[in-house]
Ligand binder design. Structure first.
Ligand code: ADP
Ligand code: MG
Length: 258
């Protein structure tokens, strides 16, 4: 089975324990179990429709598991509300554009801090903007007038206002230039090194593996591989495993459970 480098680390920051979840009667995640260490970046890989976004939505309380448990720092958070999750320090940056385009950058940040109260939000905005100098210059522009990269940075900044313990981020590189993607990845690495646990879905496999600690591949809602990112990156079969979408080969290579 895949190497479990989560042993002997106390409570993992994130744990999925035998989770079954889906939409209405259609189950997408099939008995999914995995752990993520505090301060690590775990990359979720797999073909379209494998259930990667569903993992993030389940962790963020958008979907309720039909079976199994989701734990945060060893505490059962299965089925708690999104408001409670935010209070516990879980932040989610979904795929695509998620800003109020007709509001300014500043107003979008204020809304991101709504659960914190205005005083705290205003104290934290400058701190977050230090990460994003381009966005900082555009505080009074409408969010929709920012470039795609700046908009994604603003979304991440809005999530960081909460000083999240866990950051869930779904395909951040879509629509961004390679340089901006590298900036975003570097920032995620820095956040993880400071203790944030990052769970990321990303199709930009090679670049993402370089900044990740662990990689999990899903196929039809099942885990088919869980390996250290560096090991996977060094695997000469990586092109075949991921860039050709031949996940069946991954199962064989990793000797993952059925
Ligand atoms: N809101 C929804 N209602 C019904 N089915 C959905 C919904 N969202 C996703 N699905 C289905 O769940 C499966 C997994 O989707 P998803 O987790 O988004 O995959 P991935 O992120 O790996 O591409 C797909 O078959 C998709 O069509
Ligand atoms: Mg997805």
């Amino acid at each position: 089975m895949s190497q479990d480098n989560t042993q002997g680390m106390g409570h993992p920051a994130i744990e999925f324990d035998d989770v079954v979840a889906g939409y209405k009667d259609f189950m997408i995640l099939n008995n999914l179990s995995f752990k993520a260490r505090r301060g690590s970046i775990t990359l979720l890989l797999g073909p379209n429709g494998a259930g990667k976004s569903t993992v993030l939505k389940t962790l963020f309380g958008i979907l309720k598991p039909r079976q199994g448990r989701v734990l945060l720092d060893g505490q059962d958070i299965t089925g708690i509300t999104q408001k409670e999750l935010l209070a516990q320090g879980v932040a989610f940056v979904p795929q695509g554009r998620n800003l109020f385009g007709q509001l300014t950058v500043w107003q979008n940040l204020e809304l991101g801090g709504i659960t914190l109260g205005m005083k705290t939000t205003h104290e934290r905005i400058p701190e977050v903007l230090e990460f994003f100098p381009r966005v900082k210059e555009r505080l009074h522009s409408m969010a929709s007038s920012l470039s795609g990269g700046e908009q994604k940075q603003l979304e991440i900044g809005r999530a960081l206002l909460l000083r999240p313990k866990v950051l869930l981020i779904d395909e951040p590189s879509i629509g961004l230039s390679p340089i901006v993607v590298q900036d975003v990845f570097k920032l995620l690495r820095r956040l993880a090194d400071q203790g944030t646990t990052v769970l990321m879905v990303e199709q930009n496999v090679k670049s993402a593996l370089k900044i990740s600690d662990d990689a999990i591949a899903l196929e039809s809602g099942r885990m088919v591989l869980h390996r250290p990112a560096a090991e996977l990156l060094a695997d000469p079969d990586i092109e075949r495993l991921f860039l050709g979408g031949a996940h069946a080969a991954a199962v064989a290579a990793a000797g993952a459970p059925a």
